[in-house]
Design a protein around this ligand. Structure first.
Ligand SMILES: *[C@@H]1O[C@H](CO)[C@@H](O)[C@H](O)[C@H]1NC(C)=O
Ligand SMILES: *[C@@H]1O[C@H](CO)[C@@H](O)[C@H](O)[C@H]1NC(C)=O
Ligand SMILES: *[C@@H]1O[C@H](CO)[C@@H](O)[C@H](O)[C@H]1NC(C)=O
Length: 162
């Protein structure tokens, strides 16, 4: 990893950590679907921030899913098969194309759910505003929904989408 990028990543993680009051042993090698207790929501927020960093910033789908989606994954995307392996395959194949980028992420969670809103560009002429949202069990993500709006660039609203 380039030293500058490593520094930025470390700073980003430190910011995420302070914003979500990260806890001892964070991030874990793998989440725990039996975690309970008064800090569960904060732990789920930290989990989602780390998942989003791996997914949106680093495109490290394998680590994101190995750490936060190790088991059950109920899929509601109409075009994807069930389960984490299918999601890993589809997302990894997509991000293998250097024209595919993801930026402008907003990440938040509560009440056992978490959402990531971001800009997904799949080709020089095709972009989407995407919301992925997830249900947690303990600190693990176990269910996924998504919605997409295509960005044409001719929108009437000057602050369309972001
Ligand atoms: C929790 O995770 C374990 C280990 O992956 C799995 O065997 C178990 O079925 C999960 N529990 C529930 C309620 O999903
Ligand atoms: C979206 O991300 C791009 C690239 O990182 C950045 O230049 C732009 O300012 C961002 N837009 C908004 C509205 O945050
Ligand atoms: C923007 O372009 C799309 C695709 O050509 C078209 O369907 C849509 O009606 C246009 N929107 C506006 C506000 O002109």
């Amino acid at each position: 990893m380039h030293p500058f990028f490593a520094l930025i990543s470390a700073l980003a993680l430190a910011l995420v950590a302070s914003a979500t009051s990260s806890y001892e042993g964070f991030p874990p090698a793998v989440c725990n679907n039996r975690t309970t207790g008064p800090n569960l929501e904060v732990k789920q927020q930290a989990a989602l921030a780390d998942f989003a960093h791996l997914y949106i910033d680093l495109h490290d789908i394998q680590t994101a899913y190995d750490r936060w989606v190790p088991g059950e994954y109920i899929q509601h995307n109409p075009n994807a098969p069930q389960g984490r392996e299918a999601a890993i395959q589809i997302l990894s194949a997509g991000f293998a194309n250097p024209e595919v980028t993801s930026t402008n992420a907003t990440v938040f969670g509560g009440q056992g759910f978490g959402a990531i809103h971001f800009k997904l560009t799949v080709s020089p002429t095709t972009s989407f505003a995407v919301v992925d949202y997830f249900r947690f069990q303990g600190t693990c993500i176990v269910e996924h929904w998504d919605v997409l709006q295509q960005i044409f660039g001719n929108e009437t609203n000057p602050i369309a989408f972001f």
